[in-house]
Design a protein around this ligand. Structure first.
Ligand SMILES: Cc1ncc(COP(=O)(O)O)c(C=O)c1O
Length: 333
């Protein structure tokens, strides 16, 4: 019986969902949403805060500040509450209301930026706001997830070894790219440990991470309007891009089978299924990383009117049709 006395002491690292019952190809989905922060960002937050503590950068009157689309903000809120620090999260209008409320419930202050910067969009505006706060008061400590090596090191130390333990003969790993902390940590680990694993990055159409032009993106987590400084493309074997309507379809399809995952999981799964279909993926051992669960997206990805208004009603597939098409694919196979 596990008994804990701090919330960060619990983080399920060994749960995989076999998506063969939902889609045409086998894909093992590593679930990162089962901890008290509800996402993979607990790993990065813990590594960065503990690194700052070791370096002596945090004192009892420090105020942590960070730019986050939500999940890192929740993880830092939880850690700050547990460790007795104050925390200000700078987010933007794409942040889900429930995520913002979570941070506030954990005692954090949330600043919401609504106007994009001239260069760098909403993320650029968030970073400008953080810099202004840090310049205004020396108690502010900015961990800076975009450049902090603790972000990728968390996945080098924990996420990649956990995957390799469960799948010693892994062929392909699909990782979504936000700050690219998860991607770089996993890719570095598999490269340095000489595992012959193909690392496929999954990005949203409209993200500039891999040199494509910016365009409207509404689902938080993956993709960015500012090229991530942490990214080293020499570690990435391939990139696939996913349109947001396909993200929504993948999320709804998993939900119809009882698996309610977050928006970025829909992106990664959609990209992975496309890749497996193109590469005759039947003999391939493939893992994808699911960064969080679906409750935070009930007002967006899982809200029919939100989806229809933004992407058109044809993105919504009635439940009975979804079941039929899944069954058809099983028969064809
Ligand atoms: C839901 C979700 N998916 C994916 C990511 C991307 O992870 P990373 O920043 O490690 O690239 C994030 C990051 O915040 C996230 O919140």
């Amino acid at each position: 019986m596990p008994v804990i006395s701090t919330p960060q002491a619990f983080d399920e690292d060994d749960l995989f969902v076999d998506l063969r019952t939902v889609f045409a190809h086998q894909l093992f989905l590593k679930c990162e949403g089962f901890n008290f922060a509800g996402s993979i960002k607990l790993k990065a937050a813990t590594e960065m805060v503990e690194g700052a503590e070791r370096e002596g950068a945090l004192t009892p009157d420090s105020i942590l500040v960070e730019s986050s689309s939500g999940n890192l903000g929740v993880a830092l809120s939880m850690l700050a509450a547990s460790k007795g620090y104050r925390f200000v999260c700078v987010t933007d209008s794409r942040c889900n209301t429930s995520t913002r409320r979570l941070m506030e419930a954990l005692g954090s202050q949330v600043h919401v930026v609504t106007e994009p910067a001239e260069t760098g969009g909403l993320l650029g505006a968030r970073l400008d706001h953080v810099r202004a706060l840090v310049a205004s008061d020396e108690r502010y400590v900015w961990l800076n997830q975009y450049t902090n090596a603790g972000n990728w090191r968390a996945h080098y130390r924990r996420t990649a070894p956990a995957i390799a333990r469960s799948f010693p003969r892994l062929d392909v790993l699909f990782v979504g790219a936000g700050t690219t902390g998860t991607l770089m940590g996993c890719a570095r680990w598999f490269r340095e440990w000489h595992r012959p694993v193909r690392v496929v990055a999954v990005d949203a159409v409209g993200s500039v991470t891999f040199g494509r032009p910016p365009a409207r993106r509404l689902i938080p987590g993956l993709g960015t309007a500012v090229r991530p400084p942490m990214l080293d493309e020499s570690y990435v074997d391939e990139v696939v891009w996913v349109e947001e309507p396909d993200t929504i379809r993948a999320c709804h399809r998993m939900a119809r089978h009882g698996f309610l995952f977050g928006g970025s999981t829909g992106t990664v799964v959609s990209g992975a299924m496309g890749w497996l279909a193109r590469h005759d993926g039947d003999d391939v051992t493939a893992v994808a990383i699911a960064p969080d669960l679906g409750e935070r997206y009930l007002d967006t990805v899982y809200q029919p009117s939100w989806v229809a208004d933004r992407y058109g009603a044809d993105v919504l597939v009635p439940a009975h049709a979804e079941r039929r098409s899944a069954a058809t694919e099983v028969l064809v196979r």
